[in-house]
Design a protein around this ligand. Structure first.
Ligand SMILES: Cc1cc2nc3c(=O)[nH]c(=O)nc-3n(C[C@H](O)[C@H](O)[C@H](O)COP(=O)(O)OP(=O)(O)OC[C@H]3O[C@@H](n4cnc5c(N)ncnc54)[C@H](O)[C@@H]3O)c2cc1C
Length: 825
């Protein structure tokens, strides 16, 4: 046997063992085979094959005899690991521990289980939920006029407040046993999405009580007494809740709030009781100005040890009636172009009894964990639903407008320059909706997927920003002039709100997605950290060696799958999507390798290397969103008409993923390691392209053409059929324009042939009618189309004082008005 063939066999064996994540016994067996081949088949001198056998014996001893390995190799590493493990504060630890992991863990594994992905159930509404959406939600949308709300009233009309409260909109998540609607997460997002397509103000008003706030906190942590008292009242809208965490000093760093509570004795309802003396200052609090109960987060101290525990107890949450003595509800903030209630509140030395703490005395100090646990689920509903509304309405309205509006005698949607943003609107909307649907499956199966919810919050609100910008560009001046005819301007104004709340986006991308993902989803990192915390050498040994095998395997897999592009990987699915799943297996391996090497080389300072962490988070996010896209296509019965959307979405995700990987490598601090990583991750270079122009045209065409694909893409938006409605008339105009096209083409041809006068349009039409070129019905249709087109392109004009005098007369901001408002809720 030649030496070359042994070297080749050794390399192949190494690769096979690494690729399949072989255990220590298998690696030892491989080394035995190699040593035997060197000994018996090469005529090597004894000293040489002796070395092989010594190495094999040493490796086998360490790999198989775990106590030996543990004592000699793992123990010193354990010592170093414990020293370099970055200090994690209690609030950081609680945030890291919050929620659960789901398919994100598969994507971190380098070998995702695609069968599992395709087997997850499909997000579906129950008959009762469907009826609520087709009934009260539809009715509510019909009552909403965002221009009147934001421009004239700066509030929802009283009848809308009444409707929202009485129909249970404030109790979507409250279980039925407490009088709430008890709906699924999917129904919840469908409701918020639909309302958001009509009014951001109403959507936020409904969203907040159903998001992180008193109801959610009470459901999970409240005492029976608190639940029985508050939940039925919240469900019926008898109480308006708000939740106050943000302090002027502490926004993103909410764990650092300076608001304090001191455990002390005080008088409550005529008796001396142990309670808390609270001092706080909060701002930006949604529904704060009209709230009847205030959920409050503060840091609790017990200097006199009245509770018998530590002095510094930690973040604690309480529910305080806003009528309680000392509670100051301030004036209103104006959140850009929306008019939902938002404002500051504060109190100084306000005494409350202990049983106002959410969950009672046993929950003191657990406030941060309670908040991050609830946020782990809620973050994937509220703002993602608002983003979905931008996608659905953006696709529907912009497609119709771009078909109806002509310039240079061509519908503007047919210009290549306009096709590009149209394709982005359509492609993003499909992927966002896929992501939302898949995430709701996780939520409705009881998961609180904290990393996935951060992915949804960040990427869906960022795409909302892009979609609205694109839609504004395509609408030109029509999107800019405010008034009842502008259906985009308010959404444009709401973008920064969605970007900022429930975890500001820069922070979410830079710190949370990968920071939390790497620890929660990685198959070994959390086990290593826990073992170090519990000083458990045995557990650390198992995790460490598992981790090493995992990294070696991902290096081998990344290289091989990079060379083959994933071809040949056994994946489920259908001909349309199988290739994508193979490619994603490759990316998952490469991502797992990049994550591991980044954590190993950059270590604890990865927390401060936010740009690297953000890009790693982008890779995970693109893998998740592409997985959701494929799942949606399968769930919806592989709709052929949707293929351009699916393909565009997948290519776009892959390209973004490649940019992120390239960015990690280009900025990796250790250039030597970066060079090796690049070889393993991109052995053939950067081979992926963004969606091409032809594909973009096909996506744009879906938005520009009435049909099933456009209807599926925009399902769930509020789409009135009424031609007098700004949205309703868009579709009517689009259909009319399309029906008018062949008539106008006939007339153009006749005109070119000199058969019609060249003068005014009216004259030409009359001549065409008189000559029998068009029928009376066709003539009438052209006139009708003209009227609709005029209505669609129309923008508002206002009095010179912009209606100020009239507004003051109709809606005086007097004390009486404020009292009437308070009485109405
Ligand atoms: C309309 C609206 C409604 C709200 N409703 C409520 C409510 O009902 N209850 C409530 O308690 N709060 C509410 N908030 C507050 C909201 O949660 C905060 O605005 C948010 O936490 C950000 O805090 P900040 O505005 O002080 O920004 P800052 O914390 O000052 O952040 C400014 C910028 O710095 C970035 N940043 C901060 N730290 C980091 C970091 N480590 N790495 C990278 N970037 C970082 C942020 O991403 C952001 O871009 C609301 C806010 C708004 C605007």
């Amino acid at each position: 046997m030649s030496i070359a063939s042994i070297v080749l066999a050794a390399l192949a064996g190494t690769w096979i063992l690494a690729y399949h994540r072989a255990n220590g016994v298998a690696w030892t067996a491989g080394l035995v085979a190699l040593s035997a081949a060197v000994t018996f088949a090469t005529g090597a001198p004894p000293w040489l094959y002796g070395i092989f056998w010594v190495v094999t014996a040493a490796f086998g001893a360490f790999a198989i005899v775990k106590p030996l390995r543990s004592a000699i190799v793992t123990k010193p590493i354990f010592g170093i690991y414990k020293k370099i493990l970055p200090q994690v504060s209690q609030t950081e630890q609680e945030a890291l521990d919050a929620g659960s992991i789901w398919f994100d863990a598969d994507l971190f594994s380098g070998r995702p289980d695609w069968k599992k992905l395709l087997k997850y159930p499909e997000a579906k509404l129950s008959a009762e939920e469907r009826a609520f959406i087709d009934g009260p939600v539809e009715e509510l949308c019909g009552m909403l006029d965002e221009w009147d709300i934001t421009h004239n009233r700066m509030d929802l009309p009283p009848e809308v407040w009444k409707f929202i409260r009485e129909k249970g909109f404030l109790g979507i998540i409250i279980p039925k046993e407490y009088g709430g609607l008890g709906f699924s997460a999917f129904a919840h997002t469908e409701i918020v999405t639909k309302i958001s397509t009509r009014s951001g103000t109403a959507a936020v008003t409904v969203m907040v009580p159903n998001s992180l706030g008193p109801a959610e906190l009470l459901i999970h942590y409240g005492t029976d007494e608190q639940k029985n008292h508050y939940l039925p009242r919240l469900a019926k809208g008898l109480e308006i809740p708000c939740f106050a965490l943000t302090n002027p000093e502490a926004g993103s760093d909410a764990g650092a709030i300076p608001d304090v509570g001191i455990v002390c004795k005080g008088m409550h309802e005529g008796r001396e009781v142990v309670g808390i003396r609270l001092t706080w200052e909060k701002r930006y609090i949604t529904l704060g100005p009209v709230a009847t109960i205030l959920g409050l987060a503060f840091k609790l101290f017990d200097p006199d040890k009245l509770l018998g525990g530590p002095e510094d107890i930690g973040i604690t949450l309480a529910l305080i009636p806003t009528t309680h003595k000392g509670v100051n509800i301030g004036r209103r903030h104006i959140p850009l172009s929306a008019a939902f209630m938002n404002g500051p509140n504060w109190g100084k030395d306000v005494f409350i009894p202990m049983d106002w703490i959410i969950g009672g005395e046993k929950q003191v100090g657990h406030g941060w964990r309670m908040l991050v646990e609830c946020l782990a689920a809620g973050r994937s509903i509220s703002l993602p639903s608002m983003s979905m509304a931008a996608g659905k309405l953006g696709s529907r309205a912009t497609g119709a407008y771009a078909r109806v509006r002509s310039q240079f005698r061509t519908p503007i949607g047919k210009f290549e320059g306009v096709e590009e943003p149209l394709a982005r609107i359509g492609g993003y909307t499909y992927v966002m909706d896929a992501t939302r649907r898949m995430t709701m499956v996780a939520l409705d199966s009881g998961e609180k997927p904290s990393v996935i919810s951060a992915i949804c919050k960040y990427h869906m609100t960022e795409r909302m920003r892009q979609i609205i910008n694109d839609a504004m560009d395509i609408h030109g001046g029509k999107g800019i002039m405010m008034g009842p005819n502008n259906y985009l301007g308010h959404g444009y104004g709401n973008v920064p709100i969605a970007i900022t709340v429930e975890g500001a986006n820069i922070l979410t991308r830079s710190m949370i997605i990968f920071g939390q993902g790497a620890i929660r989803c990685h198959p070994f990192v959390l086990r290593e950290i826990r073992a170090a915390g519990e000083n458990d050498l045995r557990a650390f040994d198992a995790a460490l060696w598992g981790h090493m095998s995992f990294t070696v395997s991902n290096a081998a897999r990344s290289l091989w799958l990079g060379l083959t592009g994933g071809e040949g990987v056994n994946v489920p699915g259908t001909p349309e999507t199988r290739r994508y799943l193979q490619m994603m297996t490759r990316f998952s391996s490469a991502f797992a390798l990049l994550s591991d090497v980044s954590m190993f080389v950059i270590g604890g300072s990865l927390k401060r290397k936010e740009k690297i962490s953000a890009r790693l988070g982008d890779i995970l996010s693109m893998l998740y969103m592409a997985s959701a896209t494929i799942k949606r296509f399968h769930d919806e019965g592989r709709q052929k008409d949707d293929l351009p959307l699916v393909t565009w979405g997948i290519y776009d995700s892959f390209f973004k993923l490649q940019v992120a990987m390239d960015g990690v490598l280009a900025n990796f601090p250790n250039r030597f390691v970066a060079a090796w990583l690049r070889l393993l991750v991109f052995p053939k270079g950067l081979t992926l392209d963004a969606p091409n122009d032809r594909l973009g045209s096909k996506v744009a065409e879906i938005l520009l053409t009435p049909g099933a694909a456009r209807d599926r893409l925009t399902a769930g938006a509020y789409l009135p059929k009424d031609e007098n409605d700004v949205i309703g008339r868009l579709d009517a105009a689009m259909l009319a324009v399309i029906a008018a096209d062949p008539i106008e083409a006939r007339m153009r041809k006749a005109q070119k042939e000199g058969k019609l006068p060249q003068r005014t349009l009216g004259e030409r039409r009359q001549a065409a009618l008189a000559s029998g070129l068009i029928t009376q019905q066709e003539h009438d249709h052209l006139v009708y189309t003209d009227r609709l087109k005029r209505d669609v392109i129309k923008v508002d004009d206002h009095e010179h004082d912009l209606g100020r005098a009239h507004r003051e007369e109709a809606w005086p901001q007097s004390e009486a008005k404020k009292k009437a408002l308070a009485a109405s809720i």
